[in-house]
Ligand binder design. Structure first.
Ligand code: PLP
Length: 485
């Protein structure tokens, strides 16, 4: 039977979802236009009037000389960069372009093992050899944080031929390490520091937020302006500072990776969000911080909940945290983060940004309201009374992958002949693909890494307790691609 072409299932799902008016504690920060009001009806017309292309006077993202160049210069001045680039394929595209502009096949790049999967495209395209740094773990909350300076110093010494360092600042949990110290150590070896600041586009605009990566000395920074700066989803900023990276090589890489038909809606939203941050960032963020601090205070009174805060910043990987990001451990409730979020959505109409086995991550941002935060507090108080105080605490589960040897670069693994095997028979073989924990989008296994017995058993255990591990195929979702011997 032919499918019914009267249907538009995605459009229908979006309009139905939007009609439910959930309490909004997630990204993007503009909160369905509330904090991007200027773009709702520009000049009294609907937004689609601006869905134009490279017409006279509208410049060209590939070779900007007019309005786009001026808008990028304003972004650079605001973020104190030497040069800024508008991106239409998110921070993912920016990270890939940076790696491609820095590394050739076989060049070593240092990066934390808990980096986002966005790096994978850059590693495959460039042929770079990843050298992974171990992140410091918050055992109390069960997530990975930043890199310890002593681990970086040792790795820089062991890999003096590396071409640079890529860091994540902050992590999806809003936690950052000592970026200034890490940058100094890397610069002492005259290597560049690239920073994935996907979750930090708002940092420069309020003193209660962590220091931003450019002010900590980074050479290149990519920010998802769409996540926390108020622009439309997919729009990001890439900033360069200093002379360790070559701007023309980066422009070439961006032209390779980005569409030749960039959306002017995305580009205009970057321009307007930048202006909003410049003129009203401090005041909007003060409001968000006030809402977040009040919610933190009330949540911390609910029995059994633990909220990540300043008192948890006592070790090397965690020197800063973003207080607008409320990380709530429900471990003592005997419910997983996934179960708690499901109840919050279905019974209390509250959507948070991310969940893992032990935690919920709620984001209070530019467009957040007191009602959103109150709905979260009310929902969690009632869940405690109805569901949570009757269970024993969750058992400890192995949340972090055991380190595995890198046998091939991701690029070589990507192009090598491969075959499908079951997870059971994969021990001792080399993965041809990524296996990713998503959310937060962190690869547990990169292409080219050996699937040790410990890694096989670890993945098996995660699957058994329903942790969302992505990348397996087959009807039982238990098969993966390995390199043919
Ligand atoms: C830490 C981190 N880096 C990079 C990205 C990719 O950013 P984008 O969605 O803007 O491509 C994400 C997305 O969630 C992320 O969490």
């Amino acid at each position: 039977m032919n499918p019914d072409q009267n249907k538009a299932p995605l459009f229908a799902a979006l309009t139905q979802y939007s009609a439910k008016n959930y309490a909004y504690l997630h990204l993007p920060a503009h909160r369905q236009g509330k904090a991007l009001a200027e773009l709702l009806s520009p000049g009294g017309k609907n937004l689609l009037h601006l869905d134009l292309t490279e017409l006279p006077g509208l410049d060209d993202l590939y070779y900007p000389q007019g309005a786009i160049a001026e808008a990028q210069d304003l972004a650079a001045a605001l973020y104190k960069a030497d040069q800024s680039f508008f991106l239409v394929n998110g921070t993912s595209g920016g990270i890939q372009a940076l790696i491609l502009s820095l590394c050739r096949p076989g060049d070593k790049l240092l990066l934390p093992r808990n980096c986002h999967r966005a790096v994978l495209g850059g590693l495959i395209l460039s042929g770079a050899e990843p050298v992974y740094l171990p992140p410091v773990i918050s055992w109390e909350f069960g997530f990975a944080t930043g890199v310890a300076p002593e681990d970086l110093a040792r790795t820089l010494n062991e890999h003096q031929d590396c071409y640079g360092l890529l860091l994540v600042h902050p992590t999806y949990y809003g936690v950052g390490g000592d970026l200034a110290r890490l940058t100094t150590l890397t610069h002492q070896e005259n290597k560049p520091v690239l920073v994935d600041e996907a979750h930090g586009a708002h940092f420069p605009f309020h003193p209660a937020l962590p220091p931003d990566a450019l002010s900590a000395g980074a050479d290149a920074v990519v920010q998802s302006m769409h996540k926390l700066g108020g622009s439309l989803t997919q729009s990001s900023l890439l900033h360069l500072k200093g002379r360790r990276l070559t701007s023309s090589r980066l422009s070439d890489s961006l032209r390779l990776l980005q569409t030749s038909s960039p959306s002017y809606l995305l580009l205009a939203s970057l321009d307007v969000a930048r202006r909003q941050m410049a003129l009203h960032g401090r005041e909007l963020l003060s409001q968000a911080l006030e809402i977040a601090f009040q919610a933190r205070d009330e949540l911390s009174k609910i029995p059994g909940l633990k909220i990540f805060g300043a008192e948890n910043l006592d070790y090397q990987g965690a020197c800063f945290f973003d207080p607008t990001r409320i990380v709530i451990s429900v471990k003592q409730w005997g419910l997983t983060g996934y179960q708690t979020a499901k109840i919050l959505t279905s019974a209390y109409r509250v959507q948070v940004e991310m969940t893992d086995y032990y935690n919920l991550v709620a984001v209070v941002s530019l467009g957040s309201t007191r009602e959103d935060a109150q709905a979260l507090v009310k929902g969690l108080s009632e869940i405690w009374q109805k569901w949570a105080n009757i269970n024993p605490p969750l058992p400890d589960v192995p949340l972090f992958p055991p380190p595995v040897p890198v046998r091939l670069t991701p690029r070589k693994a990507w192009f090598a002949p491969n075959r499908l095997v079951s997870l059971k028979e994969s021990a001792g073989l080399v993965s041809a693909q990524e296996i990713t924990l998503s959310p937060p989008g962190v690869p547990l296994l990169f292409p080219g890494e050996e699937i040790t017995i410990e890694m096989r058993d670890y993945l098996d255990q995660l699957k058994k307790i329903d942790i969302p591990v992505k990348g397996f195929t087959g009807s039982h979702k238990d098969r993966l691609r390995v390199i043919k011997n």
